[in-house]
Design a protein around this ligand. Structure first.
Ligand SMILES: Cc1ncc(C[n+]2csc(CCOP(=O)(O)OP(=O)(O)O)c2C)c(N)n1
Length: 686
C-alpha cells in the first residue's frame, strides 16, 4: 500500500474522532490525534481479527485501556468493517447510541472490555493473555494448534500511573506472558497538566525490572518504526513487551502538547485549523475517502480467510482429539458440562459444623474434575480461603528443577495449571479475572478476605457493569474472624457491595447452603457472583428438621415456622448468624412464642422473586421482624420494615477471640431472644 494511502487512512481515523467529539461537544480528541498511527499500523498489518465475526475464539484481543480515547476505537471499528455505521459514529455519546462515552463490552461489536477507569484495561489484558496461555497449554496438541493469539493493549500515562497497572505488569513479567504487547502512548501530557509535574520515572526501566521487553519508538508518526517495533515485540515469546511511542497529544492541533487538547472538543475554529495543518479537507465533517475505506476494509477478506483456515484446523483437532475438542468448545460457549455438579457433597447435620469457607473448598474440589472451565486462585491466601483446586496444577512458567515449589496445589507448574497465584495483588486479581472472563473459555474466580474486597472494588463494579461471569470468594466475612482486629474485620463491606447493581451477593448459612451457593454461582450468566464465607465453624443444619438448603436459590426462605404458619415474630439472618437465630427460635418457642426463622443468604436473589414469594416469606402483616447479621445494619430495614429491629455492627471491630467478639457485639442467643421479645412488646403496644 502506498504511503499516501496509509496516511489518508490514518487521517480519516483522526478526523472521524475529532468530528465525533466536536459534534457531541464532549469527549477526548487529543489521544486519537496522536495514537491513530500506532493503532492503524497494528490493525492493518498485525492484528488478527474477523470484523464479521467479532466472537471468533482465536482472534487477537485489542484493549483500549485509555478508554477516554473511545472515539479512536469507534473510528477503527467503523473503518475496519465491524457492524458499526457512520450514523452510529455521528451519534457518539448520545442516548441509546452504539458509541457511548467510554467503550462498553457487549454494547458495541468489537469492544472486548469496558474501559474508562484508568489502569483497568491493561490489567484486563494481562488476564486475557493468561487465559490464552492456559487454554493453549491445555488444548493445543502436537500438530494441532487451536489457541494461538496475542493480546494488545493501548495504554496511556494515566494507565501506567495507576497502581493496578503496576500490580498486573509485575505479575505479567513474572509469568513471562510473551503474547502480551502494550503500546504506550507516551505523550507527556495527562488531563490537568504535563506529566513533568507528576510522572517522571524511567518507565522503560521500570517495565524492564518487571521482566518485560521494552522497545522505544522516537517518533509515534513513523510507520516503519512502529512496524519494526511490533515485529520485535512479536518475536520475543518469553516476555511481554511494552512499546513506548513518543507522541504529541492533540497532534496537529493548535492545542498540541497541551492538556487543553485532552478532555474537551477542539472547538469549530481549531478543528478547521487542525484539518488545514494536516492538509485534510475542512468540509464535510465525517469525511471518509473511498480508497481509505476500501483499504481498511480489506481486513474483512483477510479476517474471513484466517478464520476459515482456523476452522479447518479446528475440524482436524476435533477429529484427532474429539473429547478435548468438545470440552473446549463447551467452555468457549460458556456451557456447563452435563453432570458437572454430580459430585457436590451433601453435608450431614452436625451441631459443631464447619466454616462455610471449609465447605466451599470441599465443594469446589468436588466440582473441579467435572468443570474444566473453573480456574482461579487467591491473592496469597490459599491456606485461608481454601480455594486451591487440588491436583489441578499451578499456573506458572514451567518450574526449573530445584526451584522452590511451596504453595503448590499439586499437578505440576506450567501454563496448563488451573490454580492461579496472584500474589498480594487484590486489585489486579479483580481486573485479571475480568479479563479472563471477557476472553472466554474459563469461569474464573478470585479469592481473598472480605475486608480486602475494598482493594478491588473498581474491577468488581466493572464486572457488574460489563456483565462478566466471575466468582469472588471472600472469606473471613465478619468481626467473628477474631484476633486480627478491626483492620481485618469487615463491617460496612456487605452493605457497600450490595449497593452494586447486577452483582449477586450470597452469604450462605451453613455447609449445605454453601453447596447451593456454588451451584448458583456457576449457573449464573451475565453477572458476577460474590460469596461471603465465614472463617469460624457454623452448625450444619439438620435438613430433615429444617427446610432444604435449595431455598437459597430464591434468596430467602423459611427454615422453620410457627405452628399453622402464623408467626408473632420473624427472625431473619444471613450466613454465620443463621445458626444463632435457629437457636434463639428454639428458646422462644419454648416460651410459647410463635416464631418463624428465615435464612436470607442473598438480597439480590430475593429481590428478583415475584411479590408473592416475598410476601409468603415475609408476610406484610407480621411487623415484628428482627434481622441479625454481623455487619452494618444499613439496608436491613427494607426487610424488617419501620417497626422492625436489626442486630448489626455499627462500629469497628476489635482484636479478641471470635467468640468474645460475638458476645460483646450482641451476637448471642440471649440477646437475640431479648431483642425479639422487646420487639414483640413494642409492636403489640396499642
Ligand atoms: C481511575 C481514573 N481516574 C481518573 C480518570 C479521569 N481521567 C480521564 S483521562 C485522565 C488522564 C489522561 O491522561 P493520559 O492517561 O495521559 O491520557 P491522554 O492525556 O494521553 O489522553 C484522567 C485523569 C479516569 N478516567 N480514571
Amino acid at each position: 500500500m502506498s504511503r499516501e494511502l496509509d496516511q489518508r487512512c490514518i487521517d480519516t481515523i483522526r478526523f472521524l474522532a475529532v468530528d465525533m467529539v466536536q459534534k457531541a461537544n464532549s469527549g477526548h480528541p487529543g489521544l486519537p490525534l496522536d495514537a491513530a498511527p500506532m493503532a492503524y499500523v497494528l490493525w492493518s498489518r498485525f492484528l488478527k481479527f474477523n470484523p464479521k465475526n467479532p466472537a471468533w475464539a482465536d482472534r487477537d484481543r485489542f484493549v483500549l485501556s485509555a478508554g477516554h480515547g473511545s472515539a479512536l476505537l469507534y473510528a477503527l471499528l467503523y473503518m475496519f468493517g465491524y457492524d458499526l455505521s457512520l450514523d452510529d459514529i455521528r451519534q457518539f455519546r448520545q442516548w441509546d447510541s452504539r458509541t457511548p462515552g467510554h467503550p462498553e463490552r457487549e454494547h458495541t461489536p468489537g469492544v472486548e472490555v469496558t474501559t474508562g477507569p484508568l489502569g483497568q484495561g491493561i490489567a484486563n489484558a494481562v488476564g486475557m493473555a493468561m487465559a490464552e496461555a492456559q487454554l493453549a497449554a491445555r488444548y493445543n496438541r502436537d500438530g494441532h494448534t487451536l489457541i494461538d493469539h496475542r493480546t494488545y493493549a493501548l495504554v496511556s500515562d494515566g494507565d501506567l500511573m495507576e497502581g493496578v497497572a503496576s500490580e498486573a505488569a509485575s505479575l505479567a513479567g513474572h509469568l513471562g506472558l510473551g503474547k502480551l504487547i502494550c503500546l504506550y502512548d507516551d505523550n507527556y501530557v495527562s488531563l490537568a497538566a504535563g506529566t513533568d509535574i507528576t510522572f517522571t520515572e524511567d518507565r522503560a526501566a521500570r517495565f524492564r525490572a518487571y521482566g518485560w521487553q521494552t522497545i522505544e519508538v522516537a517518533d509515534g508518526n513513523d510507520l516503519d518504526a512502529i512496524d519494526g517495533a511490533l515485529q520485535q515485540a512479536q518475536a520475543d515469546t518469553r516476555r511481554p513487551s511494552l512499546i513506548l511511542l513518543r507522541t504529541h497529544l492533540g497532534y496537529g492541533s493548535p492545542k498540541q502538547d497541551s492538556y487543553e487538547a485532552h478532555g474537551s472538543p477542539l472547538g469549530v475554529e481549531d478543528v478547521r485549523l487542525t484539518k488545514e495543518k494536516l492538509r485534510w479537507p475542512t468540509e464535510p465533517a465525517f469525511l471518509v475517502p473511498d480508497d481509505a475505506l476500501a483499504a481498511c476494509r480489506e481486513a474483512c477478506a483477510r479476517g474471513a480467510k484466517e478464520e476459515q483456515e482456523w476452522e479447518r484446523r479446528r475440524q482436524a483437532h476435533a477429529r484427532a482429539q474429539p473429547d478435548l475438542a468438545q470440552e473446549l468448545e463447551r467452555s468457549l460457549r460458556g456451557e456447563l458440562p452435563p453432570g458437572w455438579d454430580a459430585d457436590i457433597p451433601v453435608f450431614k447435620a452436625d451441631a459443631k459444623g464447619m466454616a462455610t469457607r471449609e465447605a466451599s473448598g470441599k465443594v469446589m474440589n468436588a466440582i473441579a474434575p467435572k468443570l474444566p472451565a473453573l480456574t482461579g486462585g487467591s491473592a496469597d491466601l490459599d491456606p485461608s480461603t481454601k480455594t486451591a483446586l487440588k491436583g489441578f496444577g499451578d499456573f506458572n512458567p514451567p518450574a526449573t528443577p530445584g526451584e522452590d515449589e511451596q504453595g503448590s496445589a499439586g499437578g505440576g507448574w506450567s501454563y496448563a495449571g488451573r490454580n492461579l497465584h496472584f500474589g498480594v495483588r487484590e486489585h489486579a486479581m479483580g481486573a485479571i479475572v475480568n479479563g479472563m472472563a471477557a476472553h472466554g473459555g474459563t469461569i474464573p474466580y478470585g479469592a481473598t478476605f472480605l475486608i480486602f474486597s475494598d482493594y478491588m472494588r473498581p474491577p468488581i463494579r466493572l464486572a457488574a457493569i460489563s456483565r462478566l461471569h466471575v466468582v469472588h470468594v471472600f472469606t473471613h466475612d465478619s468481626i467473628a474472624l477474631g484476633e486480627d482486629g478491626p483492620t481485618h474485620q469487615p463491617v460496612e463491606q456487605l452493605a457497600n457491595l450490595r449497593a452494586i447493581p447486577n452483582l449477586t451477593l450470597i452469604r450462605p448459612g451453613d455447609a449445605n447452603e454453601t453447596a447451593v451457593a456454588w451451584r448458583v454461582a456457576l449457573e449464573t450468566k451475565g453477572r458476577p457472583v460474590l460469596l461471603a464465607l465465614s472463617r469460624q465453624a457454623v452448625p450444619t443444619l439438620d435438613r430433615d428438621r429444617y427446610a432444604a438448603a435449595d431455598g437459597l436459590r430464591r434468596g430467602a426462605y423459611v427454615l422453620s415456622d410457627a405452628a399453622h404458619g402464623h408467626p408473632d415474630v420473624i427472625l431473619i439472618a444471613s450466613g454465620a448468624e443463621v445458626g444463632l437465630i435457629v437457636a434463639a427460635a428454639e428458646r422462644l418457642r419454648g416460651e410459647g412464642i410463635a416464631v418463624r426463622c428465615v435464612s436470607m443468604p442473598s438480597w439480590d436473589l430475593f429481590d428478583a422473586q415475584p411479590q408473592a414469594h416475598r410476601d409468603a416469606v415475609l408476610p406484610p402483616s407480621v411487623r415484628a421482624r428482627l434481622a441479625v447479621e454481623a455487619g452494618s445494619p444499613q439496608g436491613w430495614h427494607r426487610y424488617v420494615g419501620d417497626a422492625g429491629d436489626v442486630i448489626g455492627v455499627d462500629r469497628f471491630g476489635a482484636s479478641a477471640p471470635g467468640e468474645v467478639m460475638l458476645e460483646h457485639y450482641g451476637f448471642t442467643v440471649d440477646n437475640v431472644v431479648a431483642r425479639a421479645k422487646a420487639l414483640l412488646q413494642r409492636t403489640r403496644a396499642p
